[in-house]
Write a protein that binds this ligand. Structure first.
Ligand SMILES: [Zn+2]
Length: 243
């Protein structure tokens, strides 16, 4: 920690304190996807002083991203999201180490980034990628914080792959299940992805300061009716991840 004043308003919280701030500063967190979820999640984790952020995204900034992806400007169009986000977040908090990975996901990326990571944030937007990230987190025993938002609905998964008897994303959803609606078709609102991305950051900080529950959780959030449903996910004996 090089600048206690920067984090004073969170260090003063009893749940964090100087010990919690040290845990946050010593942590390395992997954020996959720098879109509408990844923008707020990465920004709040950078602000909180997470020591190392690995930003993974192969995509480039497009004009249709800008209404919800506030790290990007018109002058960034066509540039890799991970690179632009790394520049902006390094500027935002020069204390921390932000690393850009402009690459598609494969096993070599997981094998390079996941060992020793404190958490992985899934901020992507499609089912095959989510299953691949879930399997990789299980293999490397890294907790996974998954966000999803479409239209005016949001979902959040906290999967404790670091614990022996916690359920996972594959326990909840079958890989042969229905195809996801895409953002392009269903639309997405900035504040809705913003809330879910910020919530991912919140749950990540809880994990880093060792304040999380000892189990997996799934939450469904409907901002229109201001309702949140949450339940625990026990491991499904039929899930191949736990076989
Ligand atoms: Zn499972």
């Amino acid at each position: 920690m090089t600048d206690a004043a920067r984090y004073a308003r969170q260090i003063v919280m009893p749940a964090i304190g100087e010990a919690g701030q040290r845990l946050i500063g010593d942590s390395r967190v992997v954020i996959i996807g720098l879109g509408g979820l990844g923008n707020p999640a990465a920004t709040y984790l950078a602000g909180a002083g997470v020591g190392t952020l690995e930003l993974v995204d192969h995509d480039a900034v497009a004009l249709s991203n800008l209404h919800r992806q506030f790290l990007f400007r018109d002058t960034d169009l066509g540039r890799p999201k991970a690179e632009v986000a790394t520049e902006r977040l390094t500027d935002y908090n020069p204390d921390i180490d932000v690393r850009a990975h402009v690459t598609r996901l494969d096993e070599s990326v997981f094998d390079a980034l996941l060992p020793g990571a404190a958490a992985v944030l899934d901020c992507t937007d499609n089912f095959p990628t989510r299953f691949a990230i879930n399997a990789a987190c299980a293999r490397h025993r890294v907790p996974l914080i998954l966000g999803a938002a479409i239209g005016v609905q949001g979902q959040l998964g906290i999967f404790r792959h670091d614990l022996p008897s916690a359920g996972c994303y594959r326990c909840l959803f079958d890989e042969t299940g229905e195809a996801a609606e895409a953002c392009e078709d269903a639309g997405v609102l900035g504040p809705v992805v913003g809330m879910i991305g910020a919530w991912q950051a919140f749950e990540t900080l809880r994990l880093l300061i060792e304040d999380g529950e000892a189990g997996s959780r799934w939450l469904h959030f409907a901002p229109e009716t201001r309702t949140i449903r949450a339940h625990e996910i026990p491991p499904d004996p039929a899930c191949p991840i736990h076989a």
